[in-house]
Design a protein around this ligand. Structure first.
Ligand code: NDP
Ligand code: OXD
Length: 310
């Protein structure tokens, strides 16, 4: 009975192995690069696994994504598609994302990027912005993270909208669903937050067409995945004034390459995929509980739907 761990970086892998071993003492836990008896491996705990990473293990019962997203697992063109994928989600992850969304929405709402630039230019400009209840914020994706973020925004007083694939009811939030209601949603979002999973349908969703439908001067926060965004379309929308600012946590290539224009653009804030990074002690508790439950019941609530892509 063994578990293999695959995370880019030897130090991180060893750290996770130690944490998991403490919680699952009866299991053998090893790096995927030194798996021992491949027949005994029944779980793989992974973040951005290499292509073909799962092929050596004929008895895998489940793949555990060390994160909420499973796009990094589905990106493996040699993935054995029948193996269940378990997401790692929990209150810590949700709490961190709520903090990130609140921080950056408030920052856009109060026009802090301009105030910071004014400080650098020693310019005293007392800007008056509307209070939150006169500001409309829209969240794309109303799952664990998006749903919780809408509640936090509403608690801060924002007029809060949410958009998802199927209709969701969230108290105090105006919700929209699917293509049919997208136009009504997007035309109202002065600040737009993307917390969608990356799927075929959502790749490139943050493009010129979407930006043109936002109110002029709107701002965008992308904490979903880099490929949701068409980078050049964002740059053009910022340059034309259609958008005022963007905060980006996720990128097509991570780490963001040093020559990428986002690093130095005056109206782009870059954060290094830290909106809701899970830590090894918390993550290991969630992962070990999920593995134990999957062993017992053959199912867990956090099972992803690989066909759907999230
Ligand atoms: P969930 O699976 O819980 O929720 C996904 C939401 O997106 C659901 O509301 C779903 O709608 C909606 N959705 C999916 N496809 C579409 C579509 N085509 N059109 C409209 N709505 C759609 O995901 P989480 O909230 O747990 O996580 C969301 C994403 O956040 C992750 O996949 C990951 O990419 C990103 N993430 C980023 C982190 C960071 O640090 N930057 C940290 C963790 C996650 P419905 O329910 O109706 O199907
Ligand atoms: C995740 C992430 O998917 O950290 O959990 O991006």
């Amino acid at each position: 009975m063994s578990i293999v761990v695959s995370i880019p970086g030897v130090d991180k892998t060893n750290w996770w192995i130690e944490q998991l071993q403490d919680l699952l003492p009866e299991w053998t836990i090893r790096s995927i690069h030194d798996p021992g008896d491949v027949e005994s491996v029944t779980y793989a705990v992974v973040w951005k696994p290499e292509t073909g990473a799962f092929l050596p293990f004929p008895n895998l019962k489940a793949i555990v994504s060390l994160g909420a997203g499973i796009d990094h697992v589905l990106a493996d063109t040699k993935l054995p598609r029948q193996i269940p994928i378990i997401r790692t989600v929990g209150t810590d992850l949700t709490q961190r994302m709520r903090e990130y969304v609140a921080l950056h929405v408030l920052r856009h709402h109060r026009d802090m990027p301009t105030i910071n630039a004014n400080q650098r230019a020693q310019r005293w400009d007392q800007r008056v912005v509307p209070p939150a209840n006169h500001r409309t914020v829209g969240v794309m994706g109303l799952g664990n993270l998006g749903g919780a973020s809408t509640r936090t925004l509403a608690a801060l007083g924002f007029e809060t909208l949410g958009w998802s694939h199927t209709k969701r009811e969230i108290e105090g939030i105006m919700t929209y669903a699917g293509e049919a209601e997208f136009a009504a949603f997007i035309s109202r979002c002065e600040i737009l937050v993307c917390l969608l999973p990356l799927t075929e349908a959502t790749t490139g969703i943050l493009d010129a067409n979407l930006f043109a439908r936002l109110p002029r001067g709107a701002s965008v926060i992308n904490a979903g995945r880099g490929p949701h965004l068409v980078d050049d379309d964002l740059l053009a929308a910022l340059d034309s004034g259609q958008l005022s600012h963007a905060t980006l946590d996720v990128f097509h290539v991570e780490p963001l390459p040093s020559e990428h224009p986002f690093w130095t653009h005056p109206r782009v804030t870059v954060t290094p995929h830290i909106a809701s990074l899970i830590d090894a002690p918390t993550g290991s508790r969630i992962v070990s509980a999920n593995i134990e439950r999957f062993e017992r019941e053959g199912n867990v609530p956090d099972l992803a739907d690989a066909e759907r892509g999230y």
